[in-house]
Design a binder for this molecule. Structure first.
Ligand code: HEC
Ligand code: HEC
Length: 269
């Protein structure tokens, strides 16, 4: 009896591990190297339909979180592996490890930074924010700081780490193709603010703040205005080195008004 027990135990543990992708987060998720490998795989195998940055094209936009928050990591894995039968999304014959790299990349472009375990020294990032970079002159976090820029107390919950990084390094990137802030007035007087995702001769596709896409026939639109460029300094690329940027992004990624899951559990009474 005693001799058989460890064997049984090992068997019982090994089975579920082998059968299914684990419930725990796969190690690729949030791992910068895996994300980078995933980006390359995406660029060759997926970008043709989903766009280089996942902004959409023949396949749907993978950045618009509102559209598909229902897919968890395993769901995402299975969709990429098996494709979507009947739709134009082909199955993949990549190895599981590579598929997880793709999942990690897709997560990195749509999951809130606070869920991503973004690497970097958050204390150092905090010093940069409140010190040499002067971010606090324009931005508040939890009641402290300047008011001319948006409050960043919840930025980790509302943005991806990539978006935070872009906002700092390339404040005008918002105006890049498929990501322009726009305000629209329709002939019937209704207005709409959002991000211009697509524009052709017949229609505008605008995503509002909730993530919902609006398809507006051009004939319904009286006027639309692309918003002015950002007042943010444009020289952080040279003022901060790579390490400092990572620390700053890590610090901002953790700014969330909602405590992380583990703390919510602990905090329950
Ligand atoms: C031939 C075009 C094409 C290629 C190549 C392609 N996709 Fe898709 N993909 C689609 C279409 C079309 C859909 C929408 C299917 C549907 O109607 O639900 C889709 C759906 C998805 C979804 C689900 C989105 C959602 O809203 O549920 C994910 C995730 C995805 N693709 C990721 C990938 C990845 C990663 C790759 C590369 C390995 C890839 N796709 C390659 C066309 C493509
Ligand atoms: C001169 C004022 C100013 C300074 C200094 C400044 N910002 Fe900004 N920032 C703004 C304004 C205004 C916006 C909103 C317009 C826009 O999107 O660019 C903004 C936008 C942002 C956003 C996007 C917010 C969102 O809700 O999408 C982030 C993130 C950000 N700033 C971070 C920083 C960080 C980090 C620093 C320091 C390295 C910094 N900013 C320095 C004025 C400033």
């Amino acid at each position: 009896m005693l001799r058989i027990r460890p064997l049984l135990l090992a068997f019982a543990i090994a089975l579920p591990l082998a059968a299914q992708p684990d419930k725990k987060k796969n190690q690729a998720i949030g791992n910068p190297e895996a994300i980078e490998s995933g980006r390359k795989l995406f660029s060759t195998g997926c970008a043709g339909c989903h766009g280089q940055a996942g902004q959409g094209g023949r396949g749907p936009n993978l950045k618009g979180r509102g559209m598909w928050h229902s897919l968890d990591d395993d769901g995402l894995f299975n969709t990429i592996k098996k494709g979507v039968p009947g739709a134009d999304m082909p199955p993949s014959n990549l190895a599981d490890g590579e598929l997880w790299q793709l999942v990690a990349f897709v997560r990195s472009i749509n999951a809130p930074a606070v869920e991503q375990n973004v690497p970097g020294n958050t204390d150092a990032g905090s010093s940069i924010f409140w010190g040499k970079a002067g971010c606090h002159n324009c931005h508040q976090i939890r009641g402290r700081g300047g008011l001319s820029g948006p409050d960043l107390s919840n930025i980790g919950a509302t943005s991806t780490a990539g978006d935070i990084r872009d906002a700092i390094l390339d404040p005008d990137a918002d105006w890049a193709e498929n990501y322009r802030k726009v305000s629209i007035v329709r002939h019937d007087g209704r207005t709409l603010e959002g991000i211009l995702r697509n524009r052709d001769n017949y229609s505008l596709q605008v995503q509002d703040a909730t993530g919902k896409l609006h398809l507006l026939p051009i004939n319904d639109v009286k006027e639309y205005t692309l918003k002015r460029p950002s007042p943010m300094p444009k020289d952080y690329k040279t003022r901060l080195d790579g390490r400092e940027m990572s620390d700053l992004v890590a610090f901002l990624s953790r700014q969330s008004m909602r405590p992380p899951e583990s703390e919510t559990e602990k905090g329950k009474d």
